[in-house]
Design a protein around this ligand. Structure first.
Ligand SMILES: Nc1ccn([C@@H]2O[C@H](COP(=O)(O)O)[C@@H](O)[C@H]2O)c(=O)n1
Length: 594
């Protein structure tokens, strides 16, 4: 009962990409439809050509945006046939993540080209993520070029951008629309908002209003006053442990019984929770790995106080899933529109030279499937080997002992065995962050930096700032990494081909939320801040403290807490190297893996 993800042999006359030529387990039961249904994406981060590596569980996410488009087209037809509503929703973070979004030539803007393909999907609602707000140029590009395509449905209830108005005066305006009220094909009246968590890392001339303040605004009070058939709230905000209750409670204070469907994001996990019996909130993973599905029976919930019947499902993003749920075959699945999206993305990849080869990796280096530190840890490889290697190239300070510090969240994805290309480099580290340093910190003080930065209090503060709770709901705590190799030998385990997400969320039927049955991958915690190996010098030796520019203020604060001989300020910080974070692994692979 295994189907092939890209079975080029079976129907050779049909034009399509042919990888991976590996069998994939299909979903194990059909979707449950209601009278209002939603397909949900979030945190796609430019992964529009899907996952192209053969290490497991990557083939399970091997669909591309063209395939997704074909899927949506078929699902819309099924919805018509069933005479029900189907909405398509995205919860933000289109930027920063692959060569398609980040491999642009100098002078261009991040994700400007890749977003042209996202525009070709029939999204009903979209909202903004923090990665649309790190640089003004990105936000301005969204405001000017992307938002108009959503025709009033790109929602930014608490995010503004400052632009010059028609009189040439600076004016702070919503990036998209604060809200949308619309009627579905079946005549349901929907009120929608698009909210981001209390993000503080946004660039100048963009503003993020605290969620607690937003719900007190007069416009908010007026928008929610009229009762719709359902509220559909979208936001770049995790559905557990975050500000959603602030929004939901504000709505509930006026409408105790109106059904509420919530679509969150940001923490890259599969998750679901219910704030009460007439609401459901789901989050649909990351990186085009997961397509979320929610259905609600709104008709049955009319004129009563009963719990609304909701379902949710996390679909693996591949053609086997898509064909299963649309009852199509490899021959009948592709639409012309979908194919042209795939072709366009492949042309963009070629234009950006994303297959440029830096070297060949002999093994997988992972973020969480191997312990840190270890030989299989990407964090170890990056900070202990690659960063010291790349920053030493043509650097007059290289002979001075140093310690190099990054935050491990800056690394975005695993480095997988095989060709290491420009695209791989950017999927792991898309940020053009620079490296800075503070000179003449004694080794004794410098060595205390990491433990101080990783203290539970400091990390809690960091988590509160980013509102990112990365406690995944995946099940997979494995004490022994050798398990990964051994799994092929375990009877009935299905081998490595069965690896994938195994989710237990907080909604009904919590163990059956995944659409395809998998064996969980191991999952190891990594400290938030990590460093290169400390130099072997005496405690009073002055050394360089080198760090990502992103961390400047934090390092200075901690350094001033650790010693009182000198008060450090940003004036003590200089550029360490012209090499950017996004170039590190390419330089390393070129030097070491050829
Ligand atoms: N220039 C940047 C921007 C961000 N980061 C890192 O990304 C994290 C946020 O990413 P999410 O997908 O979780 O929203 C942030 O905490 C930084 O670690 C960076 O390193 N450089």
């Amino acid at each position: 009962d295994h189907l092939h993800a890209r079975d080029g042999h079976a129907h050779q006359h049909v034009e399509r990409r042919e990888y991976p030529q590996v069998p994939l387990a299909p979903p194990y039961r059909p979707l449950v439809w209601g009278d209002l249904n939603v397909i949900h994406t979030t945190d796609t981060h430019g992964w529009l050509l899907g996952h192209q590596k053969s290490s497991w569980a990557e083939p399970y996410y091997s669909g591309d945006l063209g395939d997704f488009s074909s899927f949506v087209t078929h699902m819309k037809q099924i919805a018509l046939h069933k005479n029900v509503d189907l909405l398509l929703i995205d919860s933000g973070d289109l930027h920063d993540g692959t060569g398609l979004s980040d491999g642009y030539p100098p002078g261009d803007v991040d994700a400007h080209e890749s977003n042209k393909f996202v525009e070709r999907l029939p999204y009903d609602l979209m909202t903004i993520g923090n990665h649309e707000l790190y640089g003004y140029a990105d936000t301005y590009d969204m405001y000017t070029n992307f938002v108009p395509h959503l025709a009033g449905r790109y929602l930014t209830s608490n995010v503004n951008i400052t632009v010059f108005n028609s009189d040439g005066k600076p004016e702070s305006v919503p990036v998209g629309n604060r809200y949308a009220k619309f009627t579905t094909r079946k005549g349901r009246r929907i009120t929608s908002l698009g909210v981001i968590f209390n993000f503080t890392g946004n660039d100048m001339n963009t503003t993020v209003q605290a969620v607690g303040d937003m719900v007190k605004e007069q416009w908010f009070v007026e928008v929610i006053a009229e009762e719709p058939d359902a509220f559909v709230l979208i936001g770049h905000m995790p559905v557990s442990n975050n500000s959603w209750p602030t929004v939901v409670n504000a709505v509930r204070a006026v409408h105790p019984l109106t059904p509420i469907l919530i679509f969150g994001g940001h923490t890259h996990i599969r998750d679901c929770t219910q704030y009460d019996g007439r609401s459901m909130a789901m989050e649909s993973g990351r990186y085009m790995e997961t397509i979320g599905w929610m259905s609600a029976d709104l008709h049955a919930a009319k004129h009563n106080r009963d719990n609304v019947t909701f379902t949710r499902r996390y679909l693996d993003q591949n053609r086997v899933t898509y064909e299963y749920h649309t009852r199509t075959s490899n021959r009948s699945f592709d639409t012309d529109h979908g194919r042209s999206i795939t072709r366009g993305l492949e042309e963009l990849a070629a234009r950006f030279n994303l297959s440029h080869l830096y070297g060949t990796a002999q093994q997988d280096y992972t973020l969480s499937y191997n312990p840190y530190p270890s030989n299989g840890s990407l964090v170890s490889l990056f900070i202990e080997d690659a960063v010291p290697y790349a920053l030493a190239i043509n650097n007059t300070r290289a002979s001075i002992p140093n310690i190099m510090i990054i935050d491990s969240w800056a690394l975005r994805f695993d480095l997988l065995k095989g060709s290491f290309t420009k695209n791989d480099q950017l999927t792991i580290m898309p940020y053009q962050d620079s490296f800075l340093y503070i000179a003449n910190v004694t080794s004794a003080i410098a060595n205390q930096l990491l433990p101080a930065m990783n203290k539970p209090m400091a990390i809690q503060q960091k988590r509160d700032e980013t509102q990112a709770v990365f406690s995944s709901h995946e099940i997979g705590d494995t004490p022994d990494s050798a398990w990964l190799e051994e799994i092929d030998d375990r009877p009935g385990a299905g081998g490595q081909a069965s690896f994938g997400y195994v989710t237990r969320d907080s909604c009904p039927d919590a163990d059956h939320a995944d659409d395809t049955l998998h064996t969980p991958l191991p999952n190891y915690d990594v400290p938030f801040y990590v460093g290169s190996k400390p130099p072997n010098v005496t405690a009073d030796t002055p050394i360089d403290v080198v760090f990502l520019n992103f961390l400047g203020k934090e390092i200075i604060g901690i350094l001033n807490g650790l010693q009182k001989d000198k008060t450090y300020t940003m004036a003590d910080v200089s550029s360490y190297s012209p090499t950017l974070a996004s170039d590190i692994l390419g330089l390393y692979a070129q030097g070491m893996w050829n």
